[in-house]
Design a protein around this ligand. Structure first.
Ligand code: SAH
Length: 219
């Protein structure tokens, strides 16, 4: 990463990423793999240049079209929950946005599929993957509430927009042994983990989160 815009300087430098890692650790993130991956990905290239000095703060930031890049803690926590039982080959993300979470997943899973309903955001994400030479994320412009049946089953599914309920289609696309992490709720949202044991879906409700809503249709 010799391009200084990508590697960053000052508030976007490797030192800033190291400080973010330490903050995530103090907030309770324990997965060394997640911490290492988030320490290596230049988060600032996923936001507009005017916001890049704030990219490593513990906050969600606007990415256009009324959407946000999730705060670092939430990305770390959801990734840690998804991979808590070990490696996953094929993962689906619903809600690509600017692609930061997908970039994190790309370093941990063999193949990542990510779907987004807003075409210009998907185009931004594609540009970011190109800049970072990420080649194992496949993007599709579609309503992810239906999942991605043509590619299913997935060992992991992560939804990065809040659903009112767990879509049945996503459960059906989860491989036996697979894990689904999804924020559920409207004003008050909680992360929900669903583990497909092979015979049943085991549901665990976790901490409170704040996401933009999962919406239907594409634009
Ligand atoms: N994963 C992103 C979070 C982006 S915000 C990150 O790393 O920061 C959530 C995204 O979900 C938005 O871009 C929104 O357009 C998208 N979204 C909402 N409902 C969707 C749906 N039904 N299908 C696909 N994408 C959806």
């Amino acid at each position: 990463m010799s391009d200084p815009r990508i590697s960053g300087i000052g508030m976007t430098s490797q030192r800033t990423r190291a400080r973010m890692q330490e903050r995530l650790r103090s907030q309770g993130i324990t997965s060394e793999e997640v911490l290492a991956v988030m320490g290596s990905i230049p988060r600032h290239i996923f936001v507009d240049e005017a916001l890049s000095s704030r990219a490593y703060e513990d906050t969600a930031l606007p990415i256009g079209f009324g959407q946000t890049i999730s705060n670092p803690y939430t990305v770390a926590r959801m990734t840690e929950i998804l991979f808590a039982e070990g490696a996953l080959n094929k993962v689906l993300e619903v809600g690509t946005g600017c692609g930061y979470q997908s970039a994190v997943l790309s370093k941990m899973a063999k193949e990542v599929y990510s779907v987004e309903r807003i075409a210009p955001l998907m185009a931004k994400a594609r540009k970011h993957f190109h800049e970072l030479r990420i080649t194992n994320v496949r993007l599709k412009h579609t309503d992810g509430g239906m999942g991605l049946p043509e590619v299913a089953p997935f060992e992991g599914i992560i939804v990065t927009a809040a659903a009112t309920h767990v879509p049945r289609e996503l459960l059906q696309q989860l491989a036996p042994g697979g894990r689904l992490v999804i924020p559920v709720g409207a004003r008050e949202q909680r992360l929900v983990l669903i583990e497909h044991t092979g015979t049943e879906y085991r549901e665990t409700t976790l901490e409170a989160v704040k996401f933009v809503p999962l919406l239907g249709g594409v634009i």
